[in-house]
Ligand binder design. Sequence first.
Ligand SMILES: Cc1cc2nc3c(=O)[nH]c(=O)nc-3n(C[C@H](O)[C@H](O)[C@H](O)COP(=O)(O)OP(=O)(O)OC[C@H]3O[C@@H](n4cnc5c(N)ncnc54)[C@H](O)[C@@H]3O)c2cc1C
Length: 321
Amino acid sequence: MSVLVMLEQRGELKACALEAATKAGEIAQKAGMDLNAVYIGQSLEDQADQLKGFGIKKIYAYENEKLTHYSSDGYVPIVRDLVQELDAKVIIGSASALGKEFCASLAARLGVELIQDCIELDWDGGLIAKKPVYAGKVLSAVRIDSIPAMASIRPNVIPVDPKGDDIPETEKRDMPQLDLRTVIKDVVQAAAGTIELTEAKIIVSGGRGLGGPEPFPMLQELCDVLGAALGASRAAVDAGWIHHSHQVGQTGKVVSPDLYIACGISGAIQHQAGMRTSRIIVAINKDSEANIFKICDYGIVGDLFEVVPILTEEAKKVLAD
Ligand SMILES: Cc1cc2nc3c(=O)[nH]c(=O)nc-3n(C[C@H](O)[C@H](O)[C@H](O)COP(=O)(O)OP(=O)(O)OC[C@H]3O[C@@H](n4cnc5c(N)ncnc54)[C@H](O)[C@@H]3O)c2cc1C
């Protein structure tokens, strides 16, 4: 009996892979099971150092050029067979866009129950979890008593915490015979050097209060100073002021950064669905009655065109010290 964690990569190991490994290590220890990991991609060797200390006994590495990019018909059969070979009783992945599709497909192939998008996960003889539902309005407590059981963890909610200095053994596996109906040849990033929203520790977002596309460079400047990613509300995206890839919310990206700064965003429930699990929320809005002030930790009632440049200048001074 063992726990198996899926290590997500896109060229490099993703931060969410280390978060999943942290949680899987805790669960394996509580359940008295071994922890193994599966890596599918091009080359793990130069990254294996990052996987020390999580209590991983063995990493099963399927390395092949054809597996560099995720495809459901490539990855799912490999992990399904490995789960059966190892008799894995708990399978943990990440609730990234890729991870959610992978976990749902794997759970269906294995015929096991899955809790997606957990923000808390624990073991007391079965998997217990908390996850946001109804666009984040409610936190649902869920339990799976049957095993095998699966869970995916929302990125950025579990601090990466290797507890030991154990070095996992790596077993390289041959490329299995796969019927790859889809082959992703290349992934083109929207803009080089930008920080991916779902992985960002800090996000500065702009809404309809910006009044047009012109003020976004002002927000980008604050992002550059803070090392933040640039987000937006749907109103700003629908108006064509910024690309949809920046949209946060129910029909955009779900983010959980350490710091979320909402500028000129009213805080509609559909926007909250994508950002309310952020650790610290700062709101800048000239309407003191705006909904965003009900969920923020720090609220600034004021004109964003005055507040944002001051914040940028102050951040420059503080970070220069
Ligand atoms: C099915 C569905 C899915 C949706 N999905 C999403 C989603 O994924 N993401 C999302 O964001 N929305 C989503 N929406 C839309 C959502 O309901 C809101 O319409 C949207 O979030 C509003 O965006 P906003 O806060 O930027 O604009 P508004 O609600 O118009 O708010 C603008 C705010 O800016 C403030 N403001 C104006 N000028 C200034 C200034 N100079 N300084 C400071 N503050 C100022 C105003 O006081 C106001 O509070 C969805 C809606 C539906 C029905």
